[in-house]
Design a protein around this ligand. Structure first.
Ligand SMILES: NC(=O)c1ccc[n+]([C@@H]2O[C@H](COP(=O)([O-])OP(=O)(O)OC[C@H]3O[C@@H](n4cnc5c(N)ncnc54)[C@H](O)[C@@H]3O)[C@@H](O)[C@H]2O)c1
Length: 340
C-alpha cells in the first residue's frame, strides 16, 4: 500500500514524499509541474504527471496503485496573486480538491491529510493563534484553503473518510540541498535573490508595534513540517481519530529584521536593508501555538533559526559563511538531524 502525495514535485511536497520514504512507506506522487519540478520528486517515488483538474487522469492513477491514503499539497499558493486570479485559485484549490475526493471515494481510499494555511485566519489579532481563533481569510487563496478544509470535513461526515488539515505558517529552509523554495514572493528567496544579484534586500514597514518595528512571523523548517505529515498519516492509518485542524506553529515569533541579521551572519554578506513602506494588509504579528499537534501527533519543531537560514542558503546554491568547510552532501546529513 502506498501513500499518494499530490504536489510532490513542489517545495513542501517533495520534502513530505522524502520523509514518507524515509519512514518506510511506498510513495506515489501526482503533480502537473505547474510550479513544481520533476527533479524535486525523490528517487524511490513513483511519479504520475497530470492535473487534479483532470478527473479521468485521477481515476486512472488511483486504479494503477493500491493507495492507503493521500497527503494533498497540490495547489496554487500565491495569496497576493489570488486577488487578481480568483477563478484560477478556486479551480486549482477547490475544484482540484473536489475532484481528488471523488477519485478517492471511487477507489475507496480511507484517509487524507490536507495542506492548509495560516491564511485562513486572515489578520488575526490574537497574541497566539490557536485552532479556535476565528477564521477570517482575506484573499481568495485563504478562502480556497478554508473551503478545502470544509469539503474534506463534509466528505468525511458523509463517507467516514479519516482526515485532518494542517495549517502551516511560514515554511522555510531545506532538508536537502537539491530542493529549495522557488517562490518569487516569499521572504527567504527574495532576500537571497537580492544578495546574489548584488542588490539591497527590502524590509516593508518598520513602525509596527513590535520590539524592533518590523513584522513578526512564525517560521518553521520544512523538514519539521514534513515530519508532521508523516506523523498524522501514521495516526490516520492506525485508525486514530484526529482533530479536524492543527496549527503547525512554533509558538515563537521572529522579526523580519532578526531574520535579516541571521542571513547576514550565515551568508557573510553584511547589508543594511532598504526600508520600504508597509504593505497594506500585512499584520504586525502572526505567531501560532502548536500545542494541539504536540498533544496528538507528538509534533514539535526541532530546527533552529540558524538551521533554517543556512539550509535555505545552501539549497539556493550558495556556501554558508558560518560553515565554509561543510560540503553540500555533508550538509544534507546535517540538515536531517533533529527530524522525527
Ligand atoms: N510555502 C508555504 O509557506 C505555505 C504556507 C501555507 C500553505 N502552503 C500550502 O502548501 C502546499 C505546498 O506549497 P509549496 O510551497 O510546496 O508550493 P509549490 O508551488 O512548490 O507546490 C505545489 C505543487 O502542486 C503542483 N500543482 C499545482 N496545481 C496542481 C494541479 N492542479 N494538479 C497537480 N499538481 C498541481 C505544483 O506543480 C507544485 O509542484 C500548497 O497547497 C500551499 O498552498 C504553503
Amino acid at each position: 500500500m502506498a501513500w499518494l502525495v499530490t504536489g510532490g514535485a513542489g517545495y513542501i511536497g517533495s520534502h513530505v514524499a522524502r520523509a514518507l520514504i524515509d519512514d518506510g512507506h511506498d510513495v506515489v506522487v501526482i503533480d502537473d509541474l505547474s510550479s513544481g519540478h520533476r527533479a524535486f520528486v525523490p528517487n524511490g517515488a513513483v511519479f504520475e504527471e497530470g492535473s487534479l483538474l483532470d478527473p479521468a487522469f485521477l481515476k486512472e492513477a488511483f486504479a494503477r496503485h493500491d493507495v492507503a491514503g493521500v497527503i494533498h499539497l497540490a495547489g496554487f499558493k500565491y495569496a497576493g496573486v489570488s486577488v487578481e486570479w480568483p477563478l484560477h485559485t478556486y479551480f486549482q484549490n477547490v475544484t482540484g480538491t473536489g475532484n481528488l475526493l471523488a477519485a478517492m471515494e471511487a477507489a475507496s481510499v480511507p484517509a487524507i491529510v490536507f495542506s492548509s494555511s495560516a491564511a485562513v485566519y486572515g489578520n488575526a489579532a490574537a497574541e497566539f493563534v490557536t485552532e479556535s481563533t476565528p477564521t477570517s481569510p482575506e484573499s481568495p487563496y485563504g478562502e480556497s484553503k478554508l473551503i478545502g478544509e470544509w469539503l474534506i470535513a463534509d466528505q468525511a461526515r458523509a463517507t467516514g473518510l479519516r482526515h485532518t488539515s494542517l495549517r502551516y505558517f511560514n515554511v522555510v529552509g531545506s532538508g536537502t540541498p537539491d530542493v529549495s523554495d522557488t517562490s518569487p514572493h516569499n521572504l527567504f528567496p527574495l532576500v537571497f535573490d537580492a544578495l546574489k544579484a548584488g542588490t539591497t534586500p527590502k524590509i516593508f514597514g518598520t513602525a509596527y508595534p513590535t520590539p524592533d518595528g518590523s513584522c513578526v512571523r512564525d517560521y518553521v523548517h520544512v523538514s519539521d513540517v514534513a515530519a508532521a505529515h508523516v506523523a498524522a498519516a501514521r495516526k490516520l492509518q492506525d485508525g486514530v481519530e484526529l482533530e479536524t485542524v492543527y496549527n503547525l506553529g512554533s509558538g515563537t515569533g521572529v522579526s523580519v529584521r532578526a531574520i535579516m541579521t541571521e542571513m547576514a551572519a550565515v551568508t557573510g554578506r553584511q547589508f543594511s536593508p532598504q526600508i520600504c513602506a508597509a504593505r497594506p494588509g500585512d499584520p504586525a504579528r502572526i505567531v501560532a501555538s502548536g500545542q494541539l499537534a504536540r498533544r496528538d501527533i507528538d509534533w514539535a519543531p526541532r530546527h533552529s533559526l540558524r538551521d533554517m537560514v543556512s539550509s535555505a542558503w545552501i539549497a539556493a546554491g550558495q556556501e554558508a559563511a558560518s560553515s565554509p568547510s561543510v560540503s553540500r552532501s555533508q550538509t544534507r546529513n546535517a540538515l536531517f538531524q533533529g527530524e522525527q
